[in-house]
Design a protein around this ligand. Structure first.
Ligand SMILES: [Cu+2]
Length: 162
């Protein structure tokens, strides 16, 4: 009887392992590409000169990609405009910006450890560059914006994850 239970246990364990292998194989050939197969991507972005705008209003990347956003604040020293790159779900943008204003400049106009923020650079002075690397979120349309007070209303764009 004991050996019968032992054999059943062995067979069951083997069955689970085989099932896991089948699942992994399905993931490789299905619509959702496994993360290791997606090439990392670097997206270059700047402010539009001294304007309160990004020089690109749409960026795209593949789901599962490791994304690096390189953001250059192209504002002149005379304008002194400060900017950041903040990636959020469109529905969170207004609230994230409002909480950022409350947090103040010392916090880069972002609430500390704001879980709604998918990725962000630090607040960049005129002429300064910054970058951030993050895993692409699920497929969909996301908003990138500058959370400097008042900028988010006009300084924004869409990141499409395909
Ligand atoms: Cu700005």
């Amino acid at each position: 009887m004991a050996s019968y239970i032992s054999r059943r246990g062995l067979i069951k364990t083997f069955g689970l392992a085989a099932g896991a292998l089948v699942l992994a194989a399905c993931g490789g050939s299905g619509a959702s590409v496994p993360q290791a197969a997606v090439a990392p991507v670097t997206l270059e972005l700047g402010s539009k000169g001294d304007g309160l705008a990004f020089d690109k209003t749409e960026l795209s990347a593949a789901a599962g990609a490791k994304i690096t956003v390189k953001f250059k604040n192209n504002a002149s020293a005379a304008s002194g405009n400060k900017h950041n790159f903040v990636l959020v779900k469109p529905a969170d943008a207004t609230a994230v910006a409002a909480d950022g204003i409350a947090a103040g400049e010392a916090s880069g106009y972002l609430k500390a450890d704001d879980k709604r923020v998918i990725a962000h650079t630090k607040l960049l002075a005129a002429g300064e560059s910054g970058e951030v690397t993050f895993d692409a979120p699920a497929a969909g349309a996301y908003e990138y914006m500058c959370s400097f007070p008042g900028h988010n209303v006009v300084m924004k764009g869409t990141l499409i994850i395909k």
